[in-house]
Design a protein around this ligand. Structure first.
Ligand SMILES: *Cc1c(COP(=O)(O)O)cnc(C)c1O
Length: 383
């Protein structure tokens, strides 16, 4: 079976875990701190604004709380978003206002965002599709001009940037995901970035029971009766730990290598699939943009897309589609506008296997199976 996504973990990650076991400190501790510092350096931001948490989903819910979203507020976001983003907004009582995306990049343009703004828009929430930054710089400028908060769901964009500025640092709050299928994997985990200093401190409290100190052991160094609680916010417990941070530190050091392998996969796909009748390749990245190459996707005739996916599955090649449009989901309410780019791309897009574990043979196998299937379904007698 060729998987669509897959982690790349090895001896170095295992050694790092063994060290944590030997230290007997598995909780939030020195490795968590080191991971936050090194990730902040990777982003080019102050480490005081970065927090290692247990998932990007936790980060989305925390962002909604930090920005004070609630009933009467609108949040403009692409319908082509991950379900956790819709849930995080809707759970506060705020209204998700779904905007369209470019049918090729699957990212919203600044114009798509602007068209969807309402007088009650308090925040905009965007992601970077498959690692493509999209018009994030223009969207950030638009939000600044209008006094609207910008949340970047940077789950796909751990190594994406525009003219040297890391995706996730354009807006007010951002989160990255390190779950088992992402580019940088810690098992489960995520990073949170909060631009405002006060809000960053509040995020840290809200991530750990509303407390200033993350453990009594730390508190013991600065106060007697370190077991007493000073609750400042009604927080949850969504912090990361030293076991997952240890894996994250190794994966972060390996990130350039992991991205290079992904880029090589994309280039080979481009080469093998170019000129395939009826197949559109992912759009070129504009000058100055870098991608994390999280997804490799093709677009094809919507009447054959599902058949092609089924044929590939029969050949042991697992493909998928991200992100099924949220405006079609009844839970997010009625009355959404037509979103032609979203609807078209949700019917014609297929994500091919993309991860560093693929070798040249795998990609040749996938390309051959794809050619055969497409040919089969586009020959009139077989339709
Ligand atoms: C994976 C993903 C998430 C959720 O991340 P978790 O760490 O699994 O909670 C959120 N947004 C996007 C765009 C994702 O791809």
């Amino acid at each position: 079976m060729i998987n669509v996504f897959q982690p790349t973990l090895g001896a170095d990650e295992l050694d790092a875990i063994a060290e944590v076991f030997a230290s007997n400190w598995l909780g939030h501790g020195p490795r968590t701190k080191a991971f936050e510092e090194q990730f902040a350096a990777h982003l080019g931001v102050d480490p005081g604004h970065v927090l290692f948490i247990n998932s990007a989903t936790s980060g989305l819910f925390l962002a909604a709380e930090l920005l004070g979203l609630g009933p009467g507020d609108d949040v403009v976001m692409p319908s082509a978003s991950f379900v956790a983003a819709g849930n995080a907004v809707a759970s506060t009582g705020a209204r998700p206002v779904f905007c369209d995306v470019d049918e090729r990049t699957m990212n919203p343009t600044a114009a798509h965002i602007e068209q969807a703004l309402t007088p009650d828009t308090k925040a905009v929430l965007v992601l970077h599709y498959g690692g493509l930054p999209g018009e994030i710089a223009a969207i950030a400028q638009l939000c600044r001009e209008r006094g609207i908060q910008l949340i970047e769901d940077a789950a796909c964009a751990v190594s994406s940037s525009v003219d040297g500025t890391a995706c996730g640092t354009f807006g007010d709050v951002a989160m990255w995901s390190f779950d088992a299928m992402k580019v940088l994997v810690t098992g489960d985990g995520g990073m949170l970035y909060v631009r405002d200093t006060e809000l960053a401190l509040r995020a840290k409290r809200l991530a750990y029971h509303g407390l200033e100190q993350s453990s009594g052991f730390t508190a013991a160094k600065v106060s007697h009766r370190w077991w007493e609680l000073n609750v400042k916010d009604f927080g949850r417990r969504i912090v990361g730990n030293d076991l997952t941070a240890a894996i994250g530190l190794v994966q972060l050091a390996r990130l350039p290598e992991l991205i290079t392998r992904r880029r090589t996969n994309s280039e080979l796909y481009d080469q093998l699939l170019t000129d395939t009748h009826g197949v559109l390749l992912p759009p070129q990245t504009p000058k100055g943009h870098t991608s994390s190459h999280y997804f490799y996707w093709i677009q094809l005739d919507p009447t054959i897309r599902d058949h092609v996916a089924a044929d590939l599955l029969k050949e042991g090649i697992y493909t998928t589609f991200r992100y099924p449009p949220l405006h079609k989901i009844p839970a997010y309410g009625p009355g959404h506008p037509e979103l032609p780019g979203t609807e078209k791309s949700s019917e014609n897009t297929l994500l091919l296997p993309q991860h560093p574990g693929l070798d040249t043979n795998d990609i040749h196998t996938i390309a051959t199976a794809l050619h055969t299937s497409i040919k089969h379904h586009t020959t009139p007698t077989h339709n």
